[in-house]
Design a protein around this ligand. Sequence first.
Ligand SMILES: [Zn+2]
Length: 252
Amino acid sequence: MKLIRVFLLRGLFAVVFACLGGFAAEVGKEAPGKIRVLVITGGHEFEQAQFFKVFSDNPGIVFKAVEHPNAHALLKAEAARQYDVLVTYDMHQEITDEAKGDFLAWLKAGKGLVVLHHAIASYQQWPEYSKIIGAHYYLEKATVDGVDKARSTYKHGMHFKIKVLDPNHPVTRGITDFEILDETYNLFDVAKDVHPLLTTDEPESARLIGWAKTYGPARVVYLQSGHDHFAYENPSYQQILRQAIRWTANGD
Ligand SMILES: [Zn+2]
């Protein structure tokens, strides 16, 4: 959960993107029956090729990837019509009132939202974001309604077991308890109205690490897992992410 300034690296990433060209399957081309996904990144480094492979290997979707500061333009109604589900893997803070309105309009249209890993810490100054995703990660200690909140914590390279709390939910159906090598987070707030899906006994982690919820007509999923290729390449993680995209898209 290092806050990385990527401005200097953005040019390099653009070159890498251009060289790897193929991994953003073209949304809008012939893709009958496929879920159209917009993946937003920016504000936190990650293993790009390995991360996007999870999406290009998903036969049920076509996707487009966009990095801040270019992401919010694609939430505007005209552009947003091309997508069914928004997957956020960003850790971006700046958001204009206009972009907030577009984000909320996306949800009011009943489109899906899948929030991955460090995206729990986006938009720290936008209280509604915490209500949308059902959690607040404290990048700095704070006092909320008279209650002191410590900084949330993270720990890299943890090998731990993830337990499925609801094997009947479409997001976790078919998943049995599994092990993963991943970063853990702890000491963040989770809303009481989320539907618990995944938990762990790992002491360095929060107990609840995956949930489903609704925000108006929109279905929302948060998955704490997903720091790097050890998570991206975990078959259970891949299946949960595929099912999260499908459930948020159409309730299946
Ligand atoms: Zn991470």
